[in-house]
Design a protein around this ligand. Sequence first.
Ligand SMILES: Cc1cc2nc3c(=O)[nH]c(=O)nc-3n(C[C@H](O)[C@H](O)[C@H](O)COP(=O)(O)OP(=O)(O)OC[C@H]3O[C@@H](n4cnc5c(N)ncnc54)[C@H](O)[C@@H]3O)c2cc1C
Length: 407
Amino acid sequence: MEKSFAESIQLASKLRKLNDDQLKILERVDEACQELYLPEFEHYIAHKYNEQTPEILKKHGLMGLTVSPEHGGAGADSLTWALALERFGQLGLGVVTFVDVHCLLASLAVEQWGSEFQKKKYLASAAKGERILAYGLTEPEAGSEPTSLKTSYEERDGGYVLTGTKYLISNGSVADSVIIFAYPKGKREGMSAFIVDTKSEGFSVAMHLEEKIGLFTSDTAMLEMSECNVPKENLLGQPGKGLHVAYSALLNGRIGIGSGCVGLIEDCLNSVTERAKSRVQHGKPIGKHQLIQRHIAQVAMNLEMARWPNYVAAVEKTRLDAEPKNLELRNKVDLQSAIAKRVASQLAYESADLAVQVFGGFGYSLLSPVAKHFCDARVARIYEGTDEIMELKIASLVLGKGFEAYS
Ligand SMILES: Cc1cc2nc3c(=O)[nH]c(=O)nc-3n(C[C@H](O)[C@H](O)[C@H](O)COP(=O)(O)OP(=O)(O)OC[C@H]3O[C@@H](n4cnc5c(N)ncnc54)[C@H](O)[C@@H]3O)c2cc1C
């Protein structure tokens, strides 16, 4: 097993002992990462979506990482999937984004809110790797404020008809099914969630977002629904309770992105350590120059500062899974996941910048092991809740009822 990942597992085990089943899942994750390393790098250089990610995950039985064994998945609990995301983060946020969206935002939402029919149909095939899932909340005019979304649904002929545009959707053009959030036509309340098959009539991919700053191996698309028919049984959760589905999914997703950022920092630390020992300037390895040592010390400190809030969030989330009705615990996990994501994404961004600095000119080349982290890290401060939205959430949860910055 990759050395820094084995160390992380040991550290996390101090918070909550991992059993053999959990360790076996993490071994599979490590094997999949070793196999993914080269294709991910090649696709990054070519600025292409890495279609081998789902294939390799499927081979290692990880498309159903978070899906319960009853529905054919690996059944990882929250701490185990958080550690898995940390390992994927060492490869880069492209892989993290795929796994976060398919396994955490979408599969876990179906696991938590889905009917038996939906679990049998969607989770079982997602876990087998026969179906890729996506999560469609954002719209051109509704990002940080999802309650302003314009996608609408109406009931017709015993089913639903959806119309609207979803924007910046990861896995959007490769997904077989997308969780779509919409209001009843003509209303601004009572949002509902639907599982929409991308082959449905009226559903199309309007645009691929290829001109991104980074995250080249992740698919990002704009999706269009024009009178798109959705069967009645594809309503996810209770009618009018779509925001619960959306926010509970984001809670999981934020721990996933935070964990991915921890892995990104680990990879930066591994890379700068190696480079500082091997690159010689002014007659000695650059790691013997004190200003380079300062950069290395900062990345090492960043790793520790990022890791702790993520492990705490993941462990508390595991407790919440056992007590889903405990509202006090839910608020705590909501707070902890926002802190974890906010802290880890900031530190990942700073660490990738320092790593490029230690690598010098080579660090500016995509052929170096650190440049992709520099290109990717920025997005973690935007998606699944921007820095500002995370800070407002943290403050309002600390201050308590009546101190929300917006309604
Ligand atoms: C590569 C990528 C992949 C993505 N994948 C998905 C996906 O799979 N599914 C999905 O649904 N979405 C996805 N998103 C969308 C992402 O979640 C949104 O971009 C994000 O939530 C921010 O929304 P916005 O872009 O509309 O920015 P805006 O909401 O327009 O925000 C612009 C700025 O204003 C700030 N701001 C907004 N409101 C406030 C406030 N009340 N107080 C202070 N500051 C505020 C923001 O923090 C930000 O700095 C993705 C985005 C990217 C870039």
